[in-house]
Design a protein around this ligand. Sequence first.
Ligand code: PMP
Length: 403
Amino acid sequence: MPEPLAITSAKGSLLFDEEGNQYIDAISSWWVNIHGHAHPYIAEKIYRQALQLEHIIFAGFTHQPAVDLAEKLLALLPLNFSKIFYSDDGSTSTEVAIKMALQYWWNQHEHQTSGQKRNKILAFNNAYHGDTFGAMSVSDRSVFTAAFQELLFDVIFIDTPSEENITTSKKIIEDNAKEIAAFIYEPLVQGAGGMKMYNPILLDELLLFIKQKNIICIADEVMTGFGRTGKMFASEYMQTKPDIICLSKGLTAGTMALGVTGCSEDIYRAYISDDVQKTFFHGHSFTANPLACSAALANLELFKSENTLERVHHISEQNIAFAKQLRQLNGIKNVRTTGTILAFELMNGKDEYVNNISQVVTKKCLEKGVYLRPLGNTVYIMPPYCITTEELETIYSVILDVI
Ligand code: PMP
């Protein structure tokens, strides 16, 4: 590995290193940044909150930023959502979702002492849901999980839907339906799996089928949430809504670590009991940290005051035009876009994460003032929404140069 770059400050879409070089952050610092780095409004809100209440235990206590954020998120989420559960990051938000869904069934069936148990998870091949053990289990068996393979729990995997495979997938679901507790999916785009994009209409068809089997649907919108795919949440592209949603990354506009797992009233009700065993025993030291909640509230305010979804639309249009240009080139394939995300493969070595062309691209782009970090030979851009038209054009021209 090359030596890591020491970044001393950042502003808007730009990163500055200790030698005075500047780089456009073309991947929003691992897909988290929204309104730009060191945003003064968010910084001010965090500062004010730090002077008032920096943190308290979130068991037996509550505080205004957590309540306000939950209310604001519920107003944005599909109508079937009724509760917000806080955790620390994307991995914990999916970990919580998996536990919440499994225990929903456990609580419902008098601890499932008799009859068939619903304790299997259904997931997509090529999925990525995080680095903790539950999250790894429901992710693709890949280079990320190889060392732990034998310790991961069994999952039923199907392919993301296409006209060719959807009937087979339905058959697999049908055959195992009574055992499946929940289905977890990254709607529209599989991120770490290589920015693989798939058809929302077919996803909708699959979700409807799954729902009809009483299987809990968990949308992992850790990456796709907060405008990435063009709408506030990717789930808005489908008629069939999830029962549980996982959010992080853009939740605080990329300033602080925070995870959210939202759920429907039905899921929540399965936990209302005098039986202590039916408690959802999950809490982190920094659950609902007030500073992080304040950053998230500032993020949502900025979405309104800065017309952020319009900016998202503008980036999406620019990406579509650039994709047309890319499709004319030799040496690359599968040029695709969804909202602010544009991706393609370099036809150089194997299509895999461990393809070293990634490091070559990163180095060459940094030399030209742009920060990109391909997933193997998959080059993608996912800029902060504050990016200017000129900065985006610079990213495009550096990509063309490097190709
Ligand atoms: N789910 C998805 C869809 C993700 O893209 C990621 C992070 N890349 C995670 C979960 C895990 O989030 P975190 O890195 O914050 O733990």
